[in-house]
Design a protein. Structure first.
Length: 181
């Protein structure tokens, strides 16, 4: 779940199924009922899927989802620069060693946390470039890159295009850049 709207949808769906939510937070919901039948779980899955949400019961999947949520929050919502390493930040929030989280994430997602973070930043940079409201310098600052050059280098590595070439392709109405993410 990534928004308060999602929390409302989950709460509504649980109540509609006759369940009693104790709390519904981003990424998790706690209900009074202790054991759910397979049918109830299937009903929850169905109702959630209608809203493009999914039921995650496996603790490892939940940890991975939380890591992704942290990264998305850093990329899309954070205006403050990260004052510590990404690994320390995630480990502090999650309450697990970064080695454990990194191994788990890589095994389940098939990419490292760092690569997911970079890909998320480049995806956001592409969105901001397409909007055309910010300069490349502003985008680099917003996404917490140390320099425009570093953003440009990473952007080209991931997409195969420089940010300027990406904008030009957009202006031509045709771009299908390579994606390494």
């Amino acid at each position: 779940m990534v928004s308060s709207r999602c929390k409302m949808i989950v709460r509504r769906d649980l109540i509609a199924l006759g369940l009693h939510p104790i709390s519904v937070e981003l990424g998790e919901a706690e209900i009074q009922e202790e054991d759910l039948s397979t049918g109830q779980r299937d009903q929850i899955r169905l109702l959630l899927s209608i809203s493009d949400l999914e039921l995650q019961e496996n603790k490892e999947d939940i940890l991975v989802r939380k890591i992704k949520d942290i990264i998305i929050g850093l990329v899309y919502d954070s205006e403050e620069p990260l004052v510590k390493n990404l690994s320390v930040h995630i480990s502090d929030i999650m309450g697990h060693s970064y080695t454990y989280l990194s191994d788990l994430f890589s095994r389940i997602v098939g990419a490292t946390i760092e690569k997911y973070y970079i890909c998320s930043k480049i995806k956001r940079a592409k969105e901001l470039l397409l909007q055309g409201e910010l300069t490349l310098t502003s985008i680099a600052f917003k996404l917490q890159y140390s320099s425009v050059e570093y953003l440009s280098k990473q952007f080209k590595k991931v997409t195969g295009l420089t940010p300027s070439d990406f904008r030009k392709q957009k202006d031509k109405g045709a771009f299908f850049p390579r994606e390494d993410c």
